[in-house]
Design a protein around this ligand. Structure first.
Ligand code: GLY
Length: 371
């Protein structure tokens, strides 16, 4: 095992994120100190189970720990009431008690769903996140946001419930499809854009090597992203202020995801990339950042092969007014006003509460006309 450790400082709920190689094989030894008895319940999805569950099981077996596992169907539709009920009932059938630990082994869907089940099971049991996608490693596994989607929108039912440990094995990223990997990269770029211009510059140089599989580049990118997230979460756990910066690109993204049905037409990280490009465009139109900045953002996203424009989304989209009204349903709406994360430059994001809706609509109309 070879890993970096990033602490998340939250007083009595502090924990570590370990990022590196060999963590699936080392999971049993790393998680054993958290267990009150030699038993662990793992919830994963069928894809991850097929690829990695045997090795995970062997690592617990080597520590004399009994592992029981439930594999859910892969995909965003799993993150709803039905599979939430299934997980909760299954954990009760496994006789998971308050002193036990639940292990979420998968991408963002599994992490959010299982974290929420752990948050409410017997009024809260501890859980460990083992994120297996780039997006989950750099974002959703860290910070304790858990929840499910409903017909009304994404993540509208949920709880803050911090994990007790996060193990991000970057070796598993090699099994991801290029499209899924790049979608996760959208969230990596977001960290540079929101608060670290030096990291964005590094990504401009090293992004292609990282996407091609360079181990050191992947380790640095995941570690730097997690460091930034851990710092923000430690300062603002429940999103009273600074944590909202993590939603850079997300107001646009959530409207686009809703318009495209949360499916294969647009992956979340792809929506974040397009949303970041639009947020910088909006910032420039509001006179907040220099003329050339949105072009630099788009150039990097394009160079990486990420979706960047509304034209990159296949199929029909609502008109600008329709997209604006989908933004109005986002949970980042405060008192009916649209809240955007805007930027004064790369690495200089801030929360803006008073963006004129007609300006946003005009921007969307132009972006749609380019399709
Ligand atoms: N993904 C945004 C947050 O954790 O706050």
């Amino acid at each position: 095992m070879d890993f970096n450790t990033v602490p998340v400082d939250l007083g009595s709920r502090s924990y570590e994120v370990r990022i590196g190689s060999g963590l699936i094989d080392g999971a049993g030894a790393l998680i054993a100190p958290l267990l009150a008895r030699p038993k662990i319940a793992v919830i994963t999805d069928e894809t991850v189970a097929g690829l990695h569950l045997l090795r995970l099981g062997a690592s617990f077996e080597a520590q004399g720990i009994t592992l029981t596992a439930l594999a859910l169907p892969p995909g965003e539709s799993t993150k709803g009431w039905q599979q939430f009920a299934r997980c909760s009932e299954w954990l009760l059938e496994q006789k998971i008690e308050r002193r036990d630990v639940v292990l979420a082994f998968g991408g963002g869907v599994v992490g959010d769903l299982v974290g929420f089940a752990a948050a409410v099971l017997r009024r809260g049991v501890r859980f460990v996140q083992m994120p297996t996608t780039l997006l989950a490693q750099v974002d959703s596994s860290v910070g304790g946001k858990t929840g499910i989607n409903t017909g009304q929108g994404k993540n509208l039912i949920g709880a803050f419930h911090q994990p007790s440990l996060v193990l991000a094995d970057i070796d598993v990223l090699g099994t991801m499809s290029r499209r899924d990997f790049l979608a996760g990269y959208g969230e990596v770029v977001k960290y540079g854009l929101l608060g670290d211009a030096g990291f964005f510059e590094w990504l401009e140089q090293r992004g292609p090597a990282l996407a091609a599989g360079d181990h050191a580049a992947r380790l640095h990118a995941v570690t730097r992203s997690v460091e930034m997230k851990a710092g923000i979460v430690a300062r603002d756990e429940t999103e009273e202020g600074e944590r909202a910066l993590l939603n850079l690109g997300h107001t646009f993204c959530h409207a686009l995801e809703k318009a495209t049905g949360y499916g294969d037409r647009l992956l979340h990280g792809e929506g974040v990339a397009i949303g970041c490009a639009l947020a910088f465009e909006l910032s420039q139109r509001l006179g907040l950042c220099a003329q050339e900045v949105p072009g630099r953002v788009r150039a990097h996203l394009k160079a990486m092969g990420l979706k960047t424009d509304l034209a990159d989304i296949p199929g029909d989209l609502p008109d600008a007014a329709g997209l604006l009204s989908l933004m109005g349903q986002d949970k980042k709406v405060v008192d009916g006003r649209l809240r955007f994360i805007l930027a004064r430059g790369i690495g200089e994001a801030f929360v803006a509460e008073d963006v004129p809706p007609d300006l946003v609509q005009a921007l969307l109309a132009e972006a749609l006309a380019g399709r």
